[in-house]
Structure formats: structure tokens, C-alpha cells
Design a binder for this molecule. Structure first.
Ligand code: F6P
Length: 343
């Protein structure tokens, strides 16, 4: 029987997905596999919507953002009908194994498929950098670079107008993008989901800066940051197929509070999906490439239900089950580094 590897990308896109696809294809072809791309995440498996992946179809994709395979947040385990179709198609495609590239949701489905007897290897992906048991995910570095550049740009306009600038960044329930962008961009305060917002401390810090002649402040806030009530601000109550709410809006809320409590003119910039767009950084291209090669090696070793992971400077693998239901979030010790520069 022909050796055949399937590849899919699920969940939110992020810079680095195409380098991973390219690496899986190159390594797989070198090892004598055929490779098939499954379009639009798990949805493509349900619909049997595929495309052949070879040297030609993956040529020139290394610097491209997004994913040439398309993505979706479809959960085949949402109902029996979807699951039946996905399993039938898995068999029909005669896959030796499937490489599922995604965040916790996509990986969760991968683990279930593996348990149900369908060989799957997971590759962690997310700009949020919140997947446990991997030191980093590709996409995060690019997102932090974009946020840092935005903060650099906001500095000059904030200083000219003597304004407070609130910068809202993505990250879901983890504050990695916010805290790292604040460190790299010289943010004057960073608010993250892991530590409830202490509005009085924030206001004091902005006022202190003013007293020492700094008539502007840059406040970085993660979309999932919680008000002292413990509440996150939502764009809508609607849930996706994996039960996630849409976060967003904390920047506006915070800006209004700051203006009211300080009397300083305040503006908001929501970076949103800009953080996920465009070309991946060199770091993300390299990490993605290493992950892709490792995934094919694991398939060649007959492994299933594993996720490739970065451990120190080595690429290893962990059982997907070990990462499910957990999030890798910012520690107090890590946040303390950014705190040194507040105010
Ligand atoms: O998980 C990646 C992420 O970009 C989060 O940071 C954000 O909350 C979410 O996806 C946005 O999802 P969507 O693209 O569906 O709006």
C-alpha cells in the first residue's frame, strides 16, 4: 500500500503555518510518502475536500502568512453525523497518518482520532503561545514583533499629543503577547488575564509619569484581561464550535476609565487580527520547519497521539492528552520583569 500522509491546519491561522506545511511535504517526499492536503481544517475531512501537495504546490510558500490549506473551527466531534463522515473519509483517503496543525481545539480532536484508532500527529500552533509542554509555538514571535512595531509607532504620536495610548492585543486567556510586547516596546503598563486589573495602581502609575515630566503613557492590555469584578469583556456571547466566546473591547473600557480618573486625553488602538497576518518572522519559519520535519519522523517511527514540542533548544514530542484542558499562562515571576518598567 502507498505510504500517504495527510496534513490539515485548524483553528485561527497564524504566521508559520505555510513553513510547516512545506517542511512536512519536503520531508515526507524525501522519505517516499505521498502527501495530501486536507482543506479548511477538520471541515475538509468531513467533506473530503483535499488537494495534492507536492514540490510544485508548496513552492514559494515559505514567506507567506496564513495557510494555503485554509482553516476552520469545525469540530467533527460536535455531532455523530460529522464524525461518521470524517472517519469514513480518513479511511477512504488511505492515510498512513494525518498531521494536524493547530491549537488546543485542533489537537484535542487529534487526540480523540488517535484514540479511536486513526493515526494522528499534532503540531502546536497559536499566536497566543498558551499550549502547555512546549516552550513556544510558532506565530507568537511574529505577533510580538508586530505588536512591538505598533507600540514603537504609537510612542511618537502619544508623545506629540501628550496622550495616553491604550493598545489592545489578542492572546485569549494568556497574556504572553501583551507582556512580551510591553517588554520589547517599552510599554508603561501591561494588563494581562492572569492578574486582575488594579485600576488604582494603573492610574497612580500614569499620574506618577506625568509628575516626572512624562506627559504620555503606553498601556498594553490583553483582550482577556479581567476587570476587578473578575469579568472579561466580550464582543459577543456567541460560542464557536469549541465553546469559545469572542473576546475584545477591554481597551475601550479601560480608556474611558483612564480618561475619567486622570482627565488625560486617551486613545485606543486594537491590533486584533493584524497580529496574525503577514509574513512569518525568521524564528517562526525555523521553528515551523523543525516541527514539520519532526512530525514526519514520528510517523516513520509509527507514533500516534503525540504532539511535537520545543523543549529548551531541542524538538521533542509529548502525548497530546497531557496538554489538554490546560493552558500555559504568564507566571508572576515573568510578569515581574515587565513590572520593573511600569510607571
Ligand atoms: O487563538 C488565536 C486568536 O487570535 C486569539 O488570540 C483570539 O482571541 C482569537 O483567535 C480570535 O479568533 P477569530 O479569528 O475567530 O476572531
Amino acid at each position: 500500500m502507498a505510504k500517504k500522509i495527510g496534513v490539515l491546519t485548524g483553528g485561527g491561522d497564524c504566521p508559520g503555518l505555510n513553513p510547516v506545511i512545506r517542511a512536512v511535504v519536503r520531508k515526507a517526499l524525501n522519505e517516499g510518502f505521498e502527501v495530501i492536503g486536507i482543506k479548511n481544517g477538520w471541515k475538509g475531512l468531513v467533506q473530503n475536500f483535499t488537494q495534492k501537495l507536492d514540490l510544485k504546490s508548496t513552492s514559494g510558500i515559505l514567506p507567506k502568512g496564513g495557510t494555503i490549506l485554509g482553516t476552520s473551527r469545525t469540530n467533527p466531534y460536535e455531532n455523530n453525523e460529522l464524525l461518521k463522515k470524517a472517519k469514513q473519509n480518513f479511511k477512504k483517503l488511505k492515510l498512513t497518518a494525518l498531521v494536524a496543525i493547530g491549537g488546543e481545539d485542533t489537537l484535542g480532536v487529534a487526540a480523540k482520532f488517535s484514540k479511536d484508532g486513526f493515526p494522528v500527529i499534532g503540531i502546536p500552533k497559536t499566536i497566543d503561545n498558551d499550549v502547555p509542554l512546549t516552550d513556544s509555538t510558532f506565530g507568537f514571535d511574529t505577533a510580538v514583533n508586530i505588536a512591538t512595531e505598533a507600540i514603537d509607532r504609537l510612542h511618537t504620536t502619544a508623545e506629540s499629543h501628550h496622550r495616553v495610548m491604550v493598545v489592545e492585543v489578542m492572546g485569549r486567556h494568556a497574556g504572553w503577547i501583551a507582556v512580551d510586547a510591553a517588554i520589547a516596546g517599552g510599554g508603561d503598563y501591561a494588563l494581562i488575564p492572569e492578574i486582575p486589573i488594579k485600576i488604582d495602581e494603573l492610574i497612580d502609575s500614569i499620574k506618577k509619569r506625568k509628575k516626572r515630566g512624562k506627559h504620555f503613557s503606553i498601556i498594553v492590555v490583553a483582550e482577556g484581561a479581567k476587570l476587578s469584578s473578575g469579568k472579561t469583556i466580550l464582543q459577543s456571547e456567541e460560542l464557536d464550535a469549541f465553546g469559545h466566546v469572542k473576546l475584545g473591547g477591554i481597551g475601550q473600557r479601560l480608556a474611558a476609565m483612564i480618561e475619567e480618573k486622570t482627565g488625560f486625553e486617551t486613545r485606543v488602538t486594537v491590533l486584533g487580527h493584524l497580529l496574525r497576518g503577514g509574513s512569518p518572522s525568521a524564528y517562526d519559519r525555523i521553528l515551523g520547519t523543525k516541527f514539520g520535519v519532526k512530525a514526519v519522523e514520528l510517523i516513520m517511527q509509527g507514533k500516534s497521539g503525540y504532539m511535537v514540542s520545543l523543549q529548551g533548544n531541542k524538538i521533542g514530542a509529548v502525548k497530546i492528552e497531557k496538554i489538554l484542558g490546560k493552558l500555559r499562562t504568564v507566571t508572576k515571576e515573568y510578569y515581574a520583569i515587565a513590572e520593573e518598567f511600569f510607571g
